[in-house]
Design a protein around this ligand. Structure first.
Ligand code: S3P
Length: 433
């Protein structure tokens, strides 16, 4: 398959200033879309993610019998299959989306019928053993292709499981919980680091009961889900690019409202504060147990300091690490990232690509198997950036480009649309030249 590669020139900026409202959170939209499609009744969502990844989830669920409509005002309307999907002989195309493939596998493994899941070239390289292991321990039949997609599921009733995830992964946790939802008995997932808990909150919002301890979550099946109406909170992982961009310019001021601030997702605010950025959070409210608020950020006159991200924090910040590394040369003391080996098996090898692109811009950087050490106090020059077709690499280096000397060319800039199609337009809106 040939995918069109677009390029974009990013000119340096002198400041970042303004206020924005960002499209809905990708992780929450995947879950709301998938659960609504599985539930009984018609759900409605405003501010649903505009990214291609969530469109992949919706189109897979449509192929399985759910009805998806887009109203004139942008509301997404999903009528669910009331717990029973219709098998299809067509492969379910998960596109670039690991969340779609891993979560839907848990939903389908206990259903009747055979299902084939495929993805694009990036997704077809990503590890799927991590879902095969727990699902097979529940009695499921899953066939992978050398540990990857295409993936064949032959659905059958499963048995409950007590499982400890070997690597922190909200996708794997969700996969097991969605199988547990449909399985007699109590299924428990233990995790060493509390990964994003949107599935737990969403399952409860759709009427399921689950119990949590400090490091585990249990669900007793079978349970039915019922439709909800909700406004999806703004995506804090998309906001990360703007928060980091604002943090680069003394004199910046940026306000982001209706932003998702779930504590398992909001560690970037602590890291930016540790770097010296001024952050305040206003108007906190709750929507279906998801925290939402307004975030104001400005940068200190002396510039950003230094910080280290490791251990559980690295797992919680995994999607924000590329942009943090990309702004690190402009800090005074640098940023060191460890315990982030998972970055190597994301949409691209994000450790290798961040190091390669920082070097292309003239930065010094040390690469580790599980992280990066980026010294501060560096001057970067505009360069040609290879995004590797990875949305977060394209956007992270668009941010780095704002403080570089000279123009930067982002190759594969269209990949931003995987999570954030509006990114370049919004960047132009707040980047003052
Ligand atoms: C996600 C979980 C994380 C994250 C991904 C979205 C989710 O992946 O990197 O962008 O929505 O559950 P892992 O589960 O592989 O850690």
């Amino acid at each position: 398959m040939h995918t069109a590669r677009e390029e974009r020139v990013i000119r340096p900026a002198r400041n970042v200033y303004g206020s924005l409202r960002l499209p809905g959170d990708k992780s929450i939209s995947h879950r709301y879309g998938m659960l609504a499609a599985f539930a009984e009744g018609t759900s409605r969502f405003t501010n649903f993610s505009t990214g291609a990844d969530c469109a992949s989830t919706l189109s897979c669920m449509e192929a399985l019998g759910a009805k998806v409509g887009r109203l004139e005002d942008g509301t997404i309307e999903v009528t669910g299959v009331a717990g029973h999907v219709t098998p299809t002989s067509q492969p379910l195309d998960c596109g670039n989306s690991g969340s779609t493939m891993r979560m839907i596998s848990g939903l389908l493994a206990p259903q009747e019928g055979s299902f084939t899941l495929i993805g694009d070239s990036s997704l077809s390289r990503r590890p799927m053993e991590r879902i095969r292991k727990p699902l097979e321990a529940m009695g499921a039949r899953l066939t992978l292709t050398e540990g990857h997609a295409p993936l064949l599921i032959e659905g059958k009733p499963l048995t409950a499981l007590d499982y400890t995830t070997p690597v922190p992964s909200a996708q794997v946790k969700t996969c097991v919980l969605l199988a547990g939802l449909q399985t007699a008995g109590t299924t428990t997932v233990h995790e060493a680091v509390r990964t994003r808990d949107h599935s737990e909150l969403a399952l409860r919002a759709f009427g399921a009961e689950l119990t949590r301890t400090l490091n585990s979550v249990s669900i007793t099946g079978p349970q039915a889900l019922h439709a909800i109406e909700s406004a999806v909170p703004g995506d804090i992982s998309s906001a990360a690019f703007f928060l980091c961009a604002a943090a680069l310019f003394p004199g910046s001021a940026l306000v982001l409202d209706s932003l998702g601030l779930n504590p398992t997702r909001a560690s970037l605010l602590d890291v930016l504060t540790a770097l010296g950025a001024h952050i305040s959070v206003l108007n906190l409210e709750e929507k279906h147990a998801e925290l939402v608020g307004t975030v104001q950020v400005s940068s200190p006159p002396e510039g950003l300091g230094s910080t280290e991200v490791k251990g559980g924090l690295a797992a919680q910040l995994i999607d924000e690490l590329p942009v943090l590394a990309a702004i690190a040369p402009y800090t005074r003391g640098g940023i060191r990232i460890r315990d982030a080996k998972e970055l190597r098996v994301k949409e691209s090898d994000r450790i290798a690509l961040v190091a390669q692109n920082l070097r292309a811009m003239g930065a010094e950087v040390t690469e580790f198997e599980d992280g990066l050490d980026v010294p501060g106090g560096q001057t970067l020059h505009g360069a040609t950036i290879d995004s590797g077709g990875d949305h977060r690499i394209a956007m992270a280096f668009s941010v780095a480009a704002l403080r570089a000397e000279g123009d930067t060319l982002i190759q594969g800039s269209e990949s931003a649309a995987i999570s954030f199609p509006e990114f370049f337009d919004l960047l132009n809106l707040v980047a003052e030249r």
